[in-house]
Design a protein around this ligand. Structure first.
Ligand code: UDP
Ligand code: MG
Length: 316
């Protein structure tokens, strides 16, 4: 099979028939063999009935339905586990992404050798409250991930070589960072294509402003797990050592001052009257705690079934 199209959706009943028709037209015109996997993320409207009906009219239409709403990432992951096409395309259900982009995305994977091609909504039809924070978000993501050529990490329209989706696991809200996940799995040929974007025709957006806070927290998690995931002691041990060393300096300072005052015959002073005493106290306690966190982290890693999983490209 040439192409699997994965469409995660949550309450998009009005858009679905139009989307299916449009995808079908593009596929037929280009002679692709394909499947469309609709992943119903616990919709409470008639989306699933629409999908059931569409699957009867078109055998290429497949569907999975969650009992409740889990989020876009779990929906995508579920689609990935089922996709059979050589090239896998993800797109939003709300008709903001155009199926007309599919042939060129397919060509870029097949002929230009990209592992992943991400859409770039260069001209975007969304409210300003969305587009401005997104610019900031993308700048941070570029910096942290080291994928410098991507302008639009979170575009719903993306194309993947099949082996990429086998090797990445999208959970939580990680769909925003799929290029970063792919890079961490060793896929470095990541490209971008400017894509047409339209204003939402039906329904409303499913993401509020909390997505920015969550987005940054997820980015921190990804950075950490990528860098220190299997060696947490390198992170906590370093911080702990620095803390402990600072504490030690402060202790020496406090002790030396006390001794000096005693022998120089100055008036009697308490160690607790020095601010360094408190600095010593807190930094040494924090240092010890960080060290222990590092040890606990190492124990967790040691028991993880994936501690010795590596991405093997080839074997002879
Ligand atoms: N979506 C989903 N589960 C959710 C939220 C969203 O499957 O919990 C789907 C939604 O139906 C759409 C896509 O993810 O197909 C993108 O959502 P939306 O268009 O609301 O995001 P925006 O374009 O506003 O960023
Ligand atoms: Mg949308």
């Amino acid at each position: 099979m040439d192409i699997s199209v994965i469409v995660p959706l949550y309450n998009e009943e009005e858009s679905l028939p139009e989307l299916e028709q449009w995808i079908r037209r593009v596929m037929d015109e280009n002679g692709f063999s394909y499947e469309i996997i609709f992943v119903n993320d616990g919709s409470t409207d008639g989306s699933w009935d629409v999908i059931t009906r569409l699957s009867k009219e078109n055998p290429a239409v497949k569907g999975v339905s969650f009992r409740r709403n889990y989020g876009k990432s779990p929906a995508l992951n579920t689609g990935f586990r089922r996709a059979k096409g050589d090239v896998v395309i993800t797109m939003d259900a709300d008709l903001q992404d155009s199926p007309d982009e599919i042939p060129e995305l397919y060509r870029m994977i097949k002929e230009d050798g990209y592992d992943l091609v991400s859409g770039w909504k260069k001209k975007r039809y969304d409210p300003l409250s969305k587009t401005i924070p997104t610019k900031l978000f993308n700048a941070t993501a570029r910096k942290v991930s080291g994928i410098k050529n991507l302008h639009d990490f979170n575009c719903g329209l993306k194309a993947y070589r099949h082996k990429v989706i086998e090797r990445i696991e999208v959970y939580g809200d990680m769909h925003r960072y799929i290029p970063f996940l792919a890079k961490n799995a060793g896929f470095t040929r990541i490209g971008e294509k400017v894509v047409q974007h339209q204003a939402r025709k039906y329904g409303t957006t499913k993401f509020g402003l909390d997505r920015f806070v969550n987005g940054y927290l997820d980015l921190a998690t990804l950075w950490f797990t990528n860098k220190f995931g299997v060696k947490p002691m390198h992170f906590f041990g370093l911080l702990g050592s620095i803390m402990f060393f600072l504490g030690l300096l402060a202790v020496i300072g406090v002790g030396a001052t006390k001794l000096y005052n005693m022998y120089a015959g100055n008036h009697y002073t308490l160690v607790t009257s020095s601010p360094y005493f408190y600095i010593a106290l807190t930094t040494m306690i924090l240092g010890t705690q960080l060290f222990l966190t590092g040890f606990v982290g190492e124990l967790v890693v040691r028991n993880s079934p994936r501690r010795n999983e590596y991405e093997i490209e080839e074997e002879i």
